[in-house]
Design a protein around this ligand. Structure first.
Ligand code: CDP
Length: 211
């Protein structure tokens, strides 16, 4: 049986943690597609380029290497903000599409999380989920994550970053952040990580049982 699960949602909505746990539950490989955009931005900046240079960003996207995605420098808010600038460029998105579709096409299936998985990357996914939470809950979670790593970033800076990035992702014309019409919705504002996982698993099992 093949199972492709698409998990989309705004910045810091918890979709990454949920996707990792759902992948492990179903024994499927997981791709955090945000890392691809973060790595493209990193590669452009490392080579001294500009994030809105279409040719440079597209070349970096075409040259993306899976082994470079496991880089702690990709995790911070600066990398996320830079990612959302290159993510507006249609040529960048097109260059990353093959990589994502090849990943999703593996025997048995895969779990992918991002902004446009259910709408553009895997419109035929068996399960689509759009994960949300209030701006404040998302900023607070990211604040605790950074604190846990000993990084000193203010809650208010994180809230501003999340709102700016969401607006950029929602308002762009190329594959904007959007719930697919057939996506199930999960609001995790009032849920802790375990409750969110249980709620998502129930949604997925109900959906699979109904097919
Ligand atoms: O982890 P977080 O939700 O903060 O962000 P991320 O998933 O790592 O994504 C970083 C940025 O990459 C987003 O703000 C989007 O601009 C972009 N992105 C995208 O455009 N499409 C995707 N499928 C995934 C990420």
């Amino acid at each position: 049986m093949t199972l492709i699960i698409a998990i989309d949602g705004p910045a810091a909505s918890g979709k990454g943690t949920l996707a990792r746990r759902i992948a492990s539950h179903f024994g499927l490989p997981w791709l955090d597609t945000g890392l691809l955009y973060r790595a493209v931005a990193r590669d452009v900046l490392v080579s001294g380029g500009s994030l809105d240079d279409i040719a440079e960003a597209a070349a970096a996207a075409r040259a993306i290497a899976a082994e470079t995605l496991d880089d702690p420098a990709l995790r911070g808010p600066k990398a996320g903000d830079a990612a959302s600038i290159v993510a507006k460029i249609p040529e960048v998105r097109a260059a990353l599409l093959d990589y994502q579709r090849a990943f999703a096409g593996q025997a048995g299936g895969a779990v992918l999380d991002g902004r446009d998985i259910g709408t553009v990357v895997c419109p035929g996914a068996h399960v689509k989920v759009f994960v949300t939470a209030s701006d404040e809950a998302r900023a607070q979670r990211r604040f605790l994550e950074h604190q846990g790593r000993g990084e000193n970033i203010s809650y208010h800076d994180l809230l501003t970053d999340i709102r700016r990035r969401d607006a950029r992702d929602r308002d762009r014309s190329a594959a904007p952040m959007l719930a697919a019409r057939d996506a199930m919705h999960l609001d995790t504002t009032e849920l802790d990580a375990n409750q969110a996982f249980d709620a998502l698993l129930t949604l997925i099992n109900t959906k699979l049982g109904a097919n």
